[in-house]
Write a protein that binds this ligand. Sequence first.
Ligand SMILES: [Zn+2]
Ligand SMILES: [Zn+2]
Length: 342
Amino acid sequence: MAKTNTNRTVRVPPGPSQAWNFHPSLPISVSPLFDLPPKPRAAIAWVIGTWFKMAPPVSHVLLALITVAFLLPAAPTMQKTDAGWMLQVAAINFGWSVLLGGALHLYLYVFAAQETRLKFDIRPMEKSSRFTFGNQVWDNIFWSLGSSVVLWTLWTILYFHAAANGWVPTLTGIGQSPVWFVLFFFVIRFWQSFHFYWIHRLIHMPLLFRHVHSLHHRNVNVGPWSGLAMHPVEGFLYFSGILIHFVLPSHPIHVIFHMFSLGLGALYSHSGFEKILFGNTADMKAGSFHHQLHHRYFECNYGSEEMPLDRWFGSFHDGTEAATRRIRARKKLIFAPRQKHP
Ligand SMILES: [Zn+2]
Ligand SMILES: [Zn+2]
């Protein structure tokens, strides 16, 4: 079946199409890299699909290269506790966030350059008293820039100060260990998925959900700025993924790539659109339907597509109606005891 928009026909596969304006082929897939028995062809296709196109994470590698080459303060400068280089790190993080978040929001929502083509949820951004300032967009920008980018910056400053003083293992040059240099990008990608799954499960515990994570979940429908609209406790935990670099030898490009994947990646993944269209021929992967399902149905898809942790622990929503029924039943089980004994 197909849904026709003004000047482009978007193919929509069979499924609960009345629930979504657009969804990818169902059931959605997750990385086959961990499948048993192994599926080498599918695994290779997944890796090629991830790492050989101009979209995240590759675009984050490029931005990390530019940042380390031209914008990051020199290591000897970062040995000291001067405000100058710390403000420079802050300017990098705020600069890229405002540029990318602003560009995505303007292109997709203000100028509506592709209207509702490939948009998961047809509803617009909300104006509601549930949000700070009574406005979803301003709420999201406020919590993103006022809290999450600040915490991202503080973690980054802490790491680079430690690295510049030789307190953590580092790679000073790519030639020191070229194999590890390349391999570590893949490790970071798995680590990000693993770490996100567990901190996300933690903040879905009732007490933390009520006081912390509910701020992010005000966004049942999402836009680019929803990605980093987090309570400070969540922001602190989210960017604590950087701790891996305190243990494993890292090049500054690894660290910046990792932080951009967390910070800038959230702007893409919450964009609300499967892809960004440039005219009628070019496109770029953007939103995550996997995570969009989490925002609508809550107690599912705590992780990402890179590791099948949700499938292993019974919380995977593959986008089908059967999965919606199963997740609703699971939600009742989680909350039933509390409802009986408030
Ligand atoms: Zn989210
Ligand atoms: Zn959540």
